[in-house]
Write a new protein. Structure first.
Lengths: 485, 315, 231
């Protein structure tokens, strides 16, 4: 029952926001409240799963249930929801006063749609939930209502719905394969049990379609082209949600499918994952070199990290899977922090172009340090969380003997590191020349942003040094659900 | 044995005699649809009679091609008539002389000589019309081929008589996707080959825009009569192929007696009339396409034909 | 579930006919210039999808499939065009897309190649079991519909045909689904129908906004956000 309670909190927040007026702050505070409650509940649920014997929670049999990986996703979504709500307080006040109602309704509904994805056990309904995430976030992406924002929103919806239609066929083929074997109740778990008996041709076909289709939402090349546009135009808290957790939630769906298809042919699956992952990391690394807009910078970094995660899963073996899950956790928290920092810079400087922002450290130390730390963290420097997970992935790869893959991965990560640090350090430390004197909005950041920086930063550094016992157990459980093949 | 030969000759006579009537009915109907009175349906006969009695005037620069062409254009559809089922559903004497692909080539022969003759006249309008006709035929070739191939593939033979049986028994075969799609493609083909709207305007007098009509421009007297009559027969033959082989292979005589044959004549005419009605509807509701849009029209026909082929291969 | 059920040959042929016409209407969506014509072809395509569902539901009798067909007709044939016409100005429908990425015959040939590709890709799937011949028809046609819809998205620059391309892709996936997943829970069908309506709604809003801001709905030519383009 707790699961139902869990999602209804967010729904209630959306409902209440719809009743608030456009310029009242009620919606803001209600959302904040709901995010705190949601976070608390998700921690409780995670603890439940870790310490229970079956490591699952069932609300409605065959329809609503949760396993370890799902609990992890819920935790991540709630956390970013929380930090994004805090950040929205200040951000919305400066960016667009007078449209709170639309923003918060969509905001809450968007989070709701992401939260239900891990809860649903019937694959076809999961597809519907994924469609819902797109529908609720489109208006958020186009929120600024400039022509660039509308273009970004258009590309977003067209590419993701195209991917969803491709994935729909994949799900239908999966259902077909299941019907051939005679499954009674169609859930992820029963698919897992029946997997060895299902036709490998159909399983592989469905996997390819779902990977390509949902890969559009996750940000895998070649359907990733909406990502940079959407991220450069959407408000920063929305970017944090989109990049940090929406990609992760959709990745969850692919991960649920992985062990089922691996039963048909593990080798093929690994190969595809590694190939698609490497292509994404490589393209992102090279695109990062010539990016001109710092929010696009972080967007390409999302593509890169999703590629790394996919490669990690493709390497196979328990070690690599645990490292991949750690990467998922690290990416969610780090990427959201990075976008908050970028949002801060946007508020201060009023421009998105890298070339126009110089010498940030002299203008506003807080935002400069945040940006610097965000850049370092997302590029994978020690002692932050992502360094630990990337290192583990490389170690696992070497252990498995996949030298070429690991070598390529290291090269691409290094290129990306160089690119990100190049741009970020120029923005933070660069000399103040005539091009960059556009600080017409020379106020300091709102308090809420600074609070957000602080709160969001804690896990990044904490998990880089020491992962709490409980979280580590959850990670191991989550990796186990993907299967140790 | 002799009956087979006789019936075959009767087929040819039917085509020769009734093709002008078909044209007359078509023209009259078109005028009626436009709320005009229209010429008499026997008008083409009167035209032919008039032309046969007139003198011929021939351009000085023309060669033997110009003189031979009317006869070739007149004979080509007659040869094709020997091969296709017009009145009977069982093969007649000369039926195995050639198959559908051969029939297509013979018809094309007539068209080829007509084009040569149009250039031969050294009249610039003739050359313009000739090049346009070639363009349309060239674009229509792939459609023809695919249609024929699909039909033969499905029916297992290229002889029209055998093909016709395939679509009749059992009735559900009529609705096979390859069949219906082929009907569409073939109708579009007829429209293109015979220069009806939307490909060309058959009642236009503007030489710069003519496609089909330009080949009769320079002829007079007997030559003009033969060219016109040959054109009408080709049209009638195409309609017969459509109606009897592809569309509704019913109503044909299946017995060997005179009664059955004579009964078949009006039935065939009724089928041709239905097709004419359909054609009148199309002609009155569409506009003529611009020249380079004809390629779009024909590529649509091509695509439909290929899908028909795919549907039949992957049955 | 490997029972070799049989439907009458007449139904099989009619269903195959619906499949052939389905592909042709997908071609129509790609290749017609005027936006209203594209919309009409889409309506025809949805009608064919519904008729396939009806035909397959006749024998063995399945009320689910009839419901699927009915839902399809209500949403895609009646409601969605009405919604679209309300949200997007009438004037947009009369626009012709004069500049296309490829000219029409090339577009048609490319679409044909995609159809043949779809047939080849789905061949190993059909051979996985002793299947009903309706699956032989529906799965390749559905996959071809998917590819053709994606091609429409690529080849057309106007907003409404892009929306129609998206919906045509879903039509294609459904066409295959009607044969391979005939007993999909009805709730899923209803949710899908609702989802399509929401999609139309959202895209309608976007189209209207695009029109207000930019003056045309030629979304394929928007290029402010490309790399290397100086703002």
């Amino acid at each position: 029952m707790i699961l139902i309670l869990f999602v209804s909190i967010v729904l209630v927040a959306a409902l209440v926001s719809s009743f608030s007026k456009n310029d009242s702050r009620m919606a803001t505070y209600i959302t904040l409240l709901s995010s705190i409650i949601t976070l608390g509940l998700s921690v409780h649920i995670a603890l439940d799963i870790v310490f229970s014997s079956s490591h699952t929670i069932v609300a409605i049999a065959d329809w609503v249930a949760l396993n370890a990986l799902g609990a992890l996703i819920l935790l991540l979504v709630s956390f970013v929801y929380f930090t994004a709500s805090i950040f929205s307080i200040g951000y919305m006040r400066f960016e667009k006063p007078g449209s709170f109602r639309t923003y918060y309704i969509n905001f809450n509904l968007f989070v709701f749609s992401m939260l239900i994805i891990p809860l649903i056990q019937e694959p076809n309904s999961v597809w519907i939930a994924v469609e819902l995430t797109t529908l609720f976030s489109v208006l958020l992406v186009g929120f600024e209502n400039t022509s660039a924002a509308i273009e970004a929103a258009w590309k977003y919806i067209v590419l993701t719905i195209m991917g969803a239609a491709i994935a729909l066929l994949g799900f239908l083929i999966l259902y077909w394969a299941a019907r051939q074997v005679g499954i009674e109740h169609y859930t992820w778990d029963s698919l897992l049990i029946a997997a060895p008996y299902m036709s490998p041709v159909l399983l592989k076909a469905s996997f390819v379609f779902i990977l390509v289709g949902f890969g559009a939402k996750v940000g895998l090349v070649p359907l990733h082209t909406w990502l940079p546009d959407a991220h450069s135009q959407a408000p920063s808290p929305v970017c944090a949600l989109l990049s940090g957790v929406e990609t992760t939630a959709i990745l969850y769906v692919i991960l649920r499918l992985l062990p089922i298809v691996a039963a048909a042919s593990a080798v093929d699956v690994n190969t595809w994952l590694i190939v698609v992952g490497l292509i994404s990391v490589g393209s992102a690394a090279f695109l990062l070199l010539q990016v001109k807009d710092f929010k696009r910078l972080f967007a390409f970094s999302t593509v890169e990290h999703m590629g790394i995660i996919l490669v990690a899963f493709g390497l196979g073996g328990n070690l690599a899977h645990i490292a991949a899950i750690l990467q998922i956790i690290g990416h969610a928290i780090t990427k959201s922090f990075a976008f908050y920092a970028a949002g801060g810079v946007l508020l201060l400087m009023g421009t998105r172009e890298i070339s126009k922002v110089r010498g940030l450290i002299r203008k506003s130390p807080v935002s400069a340090i945040a940006l610097l730390l965000g850049g370092l963290a997302i590029a994978g420097a020690p002692p932050f969380a992502l360094f630990l997970s990337e290192f583990s992935i490389i170690k696992a790869g070497l252990f498995k003997g996949e030298y070429i893959t690991v070598g390529l991965l290291v090269i691409f990560i290094a290129i990306a590191f160089f690119a990100i640090m190049n741009h970020v350090s120029r923005m933070v430390f660069g000399r103040d020349d005539a091009k960059s004197s556009i600080d017409n909005k020379s106020y300091s950041l709102p308090i809420s942003s600074k609070i957000t920086f602080a709160i969001a930063f804690i896990p990044i550094i904490a998990f880089g040094l020491y992962i709490p016992e409980v979280l580590y157990k959850l990670t191991i459980l989550a990796a186990a659900t993907v299967g140790g093949w | 044995m002799s009956k087979y030969i006789l019936f075959n000759i009767l087929q040819v006579l039917v085509v020769m005699l009734f093709s002008p009537l078909a044209m007359g009915v078509l023209n009259r109907l078109k005028e009626i649809v436009q709320s005009k009175k229209g010429p008499s349906i026997l008008q083409p006969y009167f035209d032919l009679l008039k032309l046969f009695q007139k003198d011929e005037v021939i351009p000085e620069e023309s060669t033997w091609i110009f003189r031979v062409t009317p006869y070739i254009v007149f004979m080509a559809p007659i040869f094709v008539t020997l091969l296709i089922p017009v009145l009977t559903s069982y093969p007649l004497f000369w039926a195995f002389m050639s198959d559908m692909v051969g029939a297509g080539f013979v018809l094309a022969l007539g068209g080829f000589f007509a084009v040569l003759a149009a250039i031969d006249t050294s009249n610039p309008y003739g050359a313009i019309g000739a090049s346009r006709t070639r363009m349309v035929s060239f674009l229509a070739e792939p459609v023809f081929l695919i249609v024929f191939f699909t039909v033969s593939f499905v029916a297992g033979s290229t002889i029209p008589y055998i093909v016709q049986q395939k679509w009749v028994t059992p009735v559900s075969n009529f609705f096979e996707p390859s069949h219906i799609l082929l009907l569409f493609a073939f109708v579009m083909l007829i429209l293109a080959e015979k220069g009806r709207i939307p490909v060309d305007n058959p009642s236009g007098h503007f030489e710069l825009a003519m496609i089909e009509e330009s080949k009769d421009l320079e002829y007079s007297g007997v030559g003009a009569a033969l060219m016109k009559w040959g054109g009408w027969m080709k049209f009638f033959v195409l309609m017969i192929i459509f109606s009897n082989v592809l569309f509704s292979p019913w109503g044909l005589a299946s017995a060997l007696g005179w009664g059955a044959i004579l009964l078949a004549i009006p039935l065939v005419l009724i089928k041709v009339f239905i097709f004419i009605l359909f054609l009148v509807v199309i002609e009155s509701s569409l506009a003529k396409l611009r020249l380079f849009r004809i390629s779009e029209f024909l590529s649509a026909a091509f695509v439909i034909a290929v899908i028909a082929m795919l549907a039949s291969i992957f049955e | 579930m490997q029972v070799l059920q049989s439907t009458t040959p007449l139904i099989t042929n009619l269903n195959a006919l619906a499949g052939g016409l389905f592909i042709i209407s997908a071609f129509g969506i790609v290749a017609t210039r005027q936006i209203r014509a594209s919309l009409n072809f889409f309506i025809i395509q949805s009608l064919l999808l519904a008729s396939s569902a009806f035909l397959l539901g006749i024998e063995p009798f399945s009320l689910d499939l009839f419901a699927v067909g009915g839902i399809n007709i209500i949403t895609k044939v009646w409601f969605m065009p009405m919604l679209l016409k309300r949200m997007v100005k009438e004037e947009i429908y009369t626009r012709r897309e004069v500049t296309q990425v490829f000219n029409i015959p090339t577009s048609l040939i490319l679409a044909l190649i995609l159809t043949i590709l779809a047939y080849f890709i789905s061949l190993p799937w059909i051979q996985t079991q002793r299947v009903l011949s309706i699956i032989h028809v529906n799965v390749p046609v559905g996959l071809a519909g998917l590819f053709l819809g994606a091609y429409t998205l690529v080849a057309r620059r106007e907003a409404v045909p892009q929306l129609l391309g998206l919906l045509a892709m879903e039509n294609g996936a459904f066409f295959a689904g009607v044969a391979i997943a005939p007993d999909l829970p009805l709730i899923a069908e209803l949710a899908l129908a609702f989802d399509i309506l929401m999609l139309t709604f959202v895209i309608g809003i976007l189209t209207r906004t695009v029109n207000e801001h930019i003056g045309t709905t030629s979304v394929g030519t928007l290029s402010e956000l490309k790399e290397g383009v100086k703002k």
